[in-house]
Write a protein of this length. Structure first.
Length: 335
């Protein structure tokens, strides 16, 4: 096979796999399509088994970190944290729509920095849209806000973006060193983005909203004890990221520990749902992320495809309170 043919075939396989991950024919898991794409590249000799294993092992720290973040984000979401935070933004705004827009931007920046841009795009965005719909505010400004803050707000920490994880791992950057270099660019980027958003949507954000119609934030928390544990775990894990180099351990070990402890408190039925979700995403990432199109001159990994697919498909396991319904039960089980 000539060099040009290899490029064409490789890109065709990648594009087809990406389309199948997004469309999910017959509702098959994304993992099947990514593994099929990886198998096709191996079968056609576009990449050798040795190259595939070598590439996967080279990025194992980043892959394990990504998997641990996905698990931790889902478990935190099941505590009602994101619903609670969105309602707190609205209550703090006290009926001022412009203040709500500012609060939503700050919340998106915090969630992106601590739990990655995927969490903001997949979990926080639907909650914010449900909130503004309930408040009868225009949705477009908030859609654009969530999309931009998920990207612009992902500069600060290695965990904020998969690209950051890969970069930090390749250049052996600790959390402290990475954050120290990126804090100034992050502040400038966020300030500039917020100013442009406010100017662009100055006539669409609105002036006031009826905050009286919203439930108390505590009412969307299914289990207060589990909620408090998840908040504590987030704080401990974040501190642990910075202490990891001093302890001589990889940061993903800390993230997995936090996720494992949070998962141990989830009821069995919810744990099974989580494990089905995590195994699908984990297989999706780990099965083919090492096959990086080496003959095209591009370093595009298949994990990018599965992350894109996840934006459209990971709604199968989500906190029940996404639509912010009134909560009438005093002690509902975590679901």
């Amino acid at each position: 096979m000539t060099g040009t043919a290899r490029v064409v075939v490789t890109l065709t396989i990648f594009a087809t796999m990406l389309a199948l991950v997004v469309v999910r024919p017959r509702r098959w898991s994304e993992a099947w399509w990514t593994m099929l794409g990886a198998a096709a590249m191996l079968a056609l000799g576009l990449v050798s088994p040795r190259q595939a294993i070598s590439a996967t092992l080279a990025g194992k720290n980043a892959l394990l970190f990504l998997l641990s973040l996905l698990a931790l984000s889902l478990l935190v979401g099941k505590s009602g944290f994101f619903d609670w935070a969105a309602l707190r933004c609205a209550h703090i705004a006290r009926g001022n729509a412009r203040s709500l827009y500012r609060n939503a931007f700050v919340l998106g920046a915090i969630v992106t920095a601590i739990l990655s841009l995927d969490t903001t795009a997949v979990i926080l965005t639907p909650i914010m849209l449900a909130l503004v719909k309930r408040l009868r505010l225009p949705a477009t400004p908030y859609i654009v806000l969530c999309a931009l803050v998920a990207n612009v707000g992902s500069l600060l920490l290695p965990i904020s973006n998969l690209t950051n994880i890969l970069f930090a791992d390749a250049f052996h950057q600790t959390f402290v060193a990475f954050a120290a270099r990126m804090v100034a660019p992050q502040i400038i980027a966020l300030a500039t983005t917020y100013a442009l958003l406010r100017w662009q949507f100055r006539r669409h954000i609105g002036e006031h909203f009826a905050s009286e119609s919203l439930p108390d934030p505590a009412r969307v928390v299914p289990n207060r004890s589990y909620f408090m544990v998840c908040v504590a775990v987030l704080v401990v894990v974040l501190v642990g990221y910075f202490l990891a180099p001093l302890l001589g351990i990889e940061p993903y070990v800390i993230a997995f520990a936090g996720a494992a402890y949070s998962r141990s408190l989830v009821q069995p039925a919810d744990a099974c749902a989580f494990e089905r979700w995590a195994s699908s995403r984990g297989a999706c990432s780990l099965s083919s992320s090492g096959f990086s199109l080496p003959y095209t001159g591009l370093r595009i990994s298949a994990s990018s495809a599965c992350r894109l697919g996840g934006l459209f498909t990971c709604d199968r396991v989500r906190p029940r309170s996404f639509s912010l319904p009134p909560v009438r039960r005093r002690s509902p089980r975590i679901s």
